[in-house]
Design a protein around this ligand. Structure first.
Ligand code: AMP
Length: 182
């Protein structure tokens, strides 16, 4: 089963993906974490990703789909995985479908975590990450609305979208996700 955790930046995708991974044993693939590690280790990928990640813009689709493809093809992902922060554009969603089709698999469910915009800004400011200044947060939300939110229709039409009210504490949101996944 491939589960996609979807939602605006700051809704708790990473936290919920990590919990889901810990409690189900499914591996967790976060493209954001992959970029942050690459930047820290100063790899070629890190050098490419740095200016995008730090300014809150999207890393180009070919770079992102390349690392997602490589990861998903690994044997430890053969029994499913939790995707966190990928796909974020229509091009990435189509690429994901193609990668999975090559493996004879498909996206199972897309969990859309919904949180009000002002609450998102407050949560991200508390997180204190380098790309969490107020200006960058507002830009990231605008990019989400323009480029990523349209995927909600894509996955609704595919019958895969499960929307979850994310305006609650971590455990409550987790229970909602677990209940939705059955
Ligand atoms: P995240 O940890 O998911 O909030 O991602 C942090 C940053 O990594 C984003 O603001 C983007 O710059 C970059 N990033 C992560 N995932 C993607 C993706 N699927 N497409 C493009 N950029 C991404």
């Amino acid at each position: 089963m491939i589960i996609v955790l979807f939602g605006a930046p700051g809704v708790g995708k990473g936290t919920q993906a990590a919990l889901l991974a810990e409690r189900t044993g499914m591996p967790h693939l976060s493209t954001g974490d992959a970029f942050r590690q690459a930047i820290k280790a100063e790899t070629a990928l890190g050098k490419t990703a740095k200016e995008y990640v730090e300014s809150g813009r999207l890393v180009p689709d070919d770079v992102v789909t390349g690392i997602a493809r490589e990861a998903i093809m690994q044997p430890e992902y053969a029994n499913g995985c939790i995707l966190d922060g990928f796909p974020r554009t229509y091009v990435q969603a189509r690429a994901l479908d193609e990668i999975l089709a090559e493996l004879g698999r498909t996206v199972g469910k897309v969990i859309n975590i919904e949180v009000a915009n002002e609450e998102i800004v407050q949560r991200m400011l508390k997180r204190g990450r380098k790309d969490d200044t107020e200006v960058v947060i507002r830009d990231r939300l605008a990019i989400y609305n323009a480029e990523t939110a349209p995927l909600l229709d894509y996955y609704t039409v595919a019958g895969k979208l499960l929307s979850i009210d994310g305006n609650a504490d971590v455990e409550t949101v987790y229970e909602r996700i677990a209940a939705a996944l059955g």
